[in-house]
Design a binder for this molecule. Structure first.
Ligand code: SF4
Ligand code: SF4
Length: 444
C-alpha cells in the first residue's frame, strides 16, 4: 500500500510541477504571474540563505517560498528522514523512473564498479555551490541544474542551445545514468541531497533491522532505490536513506525490518503520510497566513545592477521604471523600435529577446555610469556649503555609506538637506572627513 501511495505521490508532484513550469513559460512570472521553478525549490532557499541573512534580499528568481520549503524539508528530515527525496522530489522521481525503465530494458550497471567514496561527491558539489552562490551573489548551480532544464523543455531547441549544460546533466546524469543505476544523480551528485545526507544522519526516524528475525535473503538490498546495503545493518545510519520504505515492504520475514522513531515502530505508509502531511501542512499554513510569497520585488543582483531586475514578463513600461529610465530612453538602449507596443510583456513582443534586452540595458547603464564618474568633480572640491544630499547625488553614493565611512553617526542621514559644515560642527568633525570618505568610496 505504502509503495503505491509513494509512486502516486512522486508521479503527482512530477506532473504538477511540470505543469507549473510549463504555465510559467506561457504566462510568465511576476507578482500576478506563475512562479518560476526557483521559487518553488527548497535548494533555492539554501542558496539564498546567506544573502537573505546578510542583506535581507533573495537571489534573482528566489523568494520567501523557497526558504519556507527549505526549512520544512530540513525539519521533516530531522523528524522523519528524507521523505522529501523519497516521496516528493520530482527530480528524484525522474531518476527512479529511469531506473525502472532501465531494469525493464535489461540495462543495469553493477554499482560496485563505482567506489563508495564517490557518494561524497555530492557533499563537495554542495560546498562549492554554496560557497560560489554566497560569494558571488548569484545562483551558480542554475546553468547546470537538471530540474531547471526539465522545466524549460517546453522552450524546445532554442532553450537547449541557450542552456546546454543543464540539458546535458539532465539527459546524461539523471536519465541515462539513472537507467543503469537507479537515482544515479541522487546518489552521487545532487547538492540538496548532500545537505539532506547530513541531516539524515541526525534524524530521529531510521530503518531498523532485527538480526534475530532476519532470514538474510537480501530482498531489502535488491529493493533499495539508493543502493544501500540494509541486510547487514542494525539501526541504519546511512545518510543516503530516503525513507521510501521499499526495503521494509519487500522484506519477507515478519518483524525483521521496520522504521523506528524514539523506540516506536512506524509503518512505511505512516512515515510517508506524515512526511506528506508536514510538507503540505507547512505550505497550507504559509498560504493561509500570507507567508507564502513566490515573488520577491528585488534581488541581490538587481541591487548591484538594476538591469538584473528586468524579466520577460515585464512590459516596456514596467522594465523602464525598474531601471529608472524614461520609456523612450529605455527602448533606445534596448534596441526596441519606438513604435512597438509598451504594454505587452517583453517575451511576447515579436523580435524581442528579453535576455538581450537585459544585456543591452545593463551595458547602457554601465556606460552612463562611467561617463558620469568621469564628469564628477574631484572630491577635494566638496564645499562645506553643499548639503550631504547634493554630494550623494553628484557622486551617486548613499548618504548613509558616506556618513559611515566618514565615522559620523549614520542617523544623520535624516539631516541630509543641511549644509555639511553645520553637520560637521554638530559632530565635532571637519568637512574634510566627508571629502576623504567620498574619495575612499569612489576608489573601491
Ligand atoms: S537527492 Fe536531490 S534529486 Fe534526489 S530526491 Fe533528493 S533532492 Fe531530489
Ligand atoms: S534503506 Fe530502505 S527506506 Fe532507505 S532508501 Fe533504501 S529502501 Fe528506502
Amino acid at each position: 500500500m505504502g509503495r503505491y501511495l509513494r509512486y502516486a505521490s512522486l508521479a503527482g508532484f512530477l506532473g504538477f510541477m511540470t505543469y507549473v513550469a510549463y504555465r510559467h513559460q506561457v504566462v510568465g512570472g511576476g507578482p500576478s504571474g506563475v512562479p518560476p521553478v526557483d521559487a518553488l525549490c527548497p535548494f533555492g532557499g539554501l542558496e539564498s540563505l546567506y544573502s537573505y541573512l546578510k542583506h535581507g534580499t533573495f537571489l534573482r528568481r528566489v523568494a520567501m517560498s523557497s526558504l519556507l520549503l527549505f526549512g520544512t524539508v530540513a525539519a521533516s528530515t530531522l523528524l522523519l528522514g528524507r521523505t522529501f527525496c523519497g516521496w516528493i522530489c520530482p527530480l528524484g522521481a525522474l531518476g527512479e523512473a529511469a531506473g525502472a525503465l532501465g531494469r525493464r530494458l535489461g540495462f543495469k550497471v553493477d554499482q560496485r564498479r563505482i567506489p563508495h567514496t564517490a557518494r561524497h561527491v555530492k557533499l563537495l558539489i554542495l560546498g562549492v555551490v554554496l560557497a560560489g552562490s554566497w560569494a558571488t551573489g548569484t545562483l551558480v548551480f542554475r546553468p547546470y541544474d537538471p530540474w531547471v532544464a526539465w522545466a524549460h523543455l517546453g522552450g524546445g531547441l532554442d532553450e537547449i542551445a541557450a542552456n546546454p549544460w543543464g540539458f546535458a546533466v539532465l539527459a546524461l546524469l539523471v536519465i541515462l545514468a539513472g537507467m543503469g543505476i537507479s537515482r544515479f544523480f541522487c546518489r552521487y551528485l545532487c547538492p540538496l541531497g548532500g545537505g539532506l545526507w547530513i541531516l539524515q544522519k541526525l534524524s530521529l526516524t531510521r530503518v531498523e533491522r532485527h538480526p534475530d528475525r532476519c532470514v538474510n535473503c537480501g530482498a531489502c538490498d535488491r529493493a533499495c532505490p539508493m543502493g544501500i546495503t540494509v541486510s547487514t545493518a542494525g539501526r541504519l545510519s546511512n545518510g543516503d536513506c530516503i525513507s521510501c520504505g521499499e526495503c521494509v515492504e519487500s522484506c519477507p520475514a515478519k518483524g525483521a525490518l521496520d522504521f523506528r522513531a524514539l523506540g516506536r515502530k512506524l509503518s512505511p505508509l505512516a512515515v510517508g503520510i506524515i512526511g506528506l502531511g508536514l510538507f503540505l501542512g507547512a505550505y497550507g499554513v504559509a498560504k493561509v497566513s500570507g507567508g507564502w510569497r513566490t515573488f520577491s520585488p528585488t534581488s541581490l543582483e538587481a541591487k548591484a545592477d538594476p538591469a538584473e531586475g528586468i524579466f520577460g514578463w515585464m512590459t516596456v513600461e514596467e522594465a523602464a521604471s525598474k531601471v529608472a529610465l524614461p520609456v523612450e530612453e529605455f527602448m533606445n538602449a534596448a534596441g526596441i523600435s519606438p513604435d512597438s507596443p509598451r504594454d505587452v510583456p517583453l517575451k511576447r513582443m515579436e523580435g524581442v529577446d528579453d535576455e538581450a534586452v537585459k544585456a543591452k540595458v545593463g551595458a547602457y547603464l554601465k556606460a552612463r555610469e562611467t561617463s558620469r564618474d568621469a564628469k564628477a568633480p574631484n572630491p577635494e572640491e566638496i564645499k562645506g556649503s553643499q548639503t550631504l544630499a547634493e554630494v550623494a547625488e553628484i557622486y551617486r553614493l548613499k548618504p548613509e555609506e558616506i556618513l559611515e565611512t566618514a565615522g559620523w553617526p549614520v542617523e544623520m542621514a535624516k539631516e541630509a538637506e543641511n549644509p555639511l559644515k553645520e553637520m560637521a560642527a554638530r559632530v565635532g568633525s571637519e568637512v574634510s572627513a566627508i571629502r576623504a570618505a567620498v574619495r575612499k568610496l569612489k576608489s573601491r
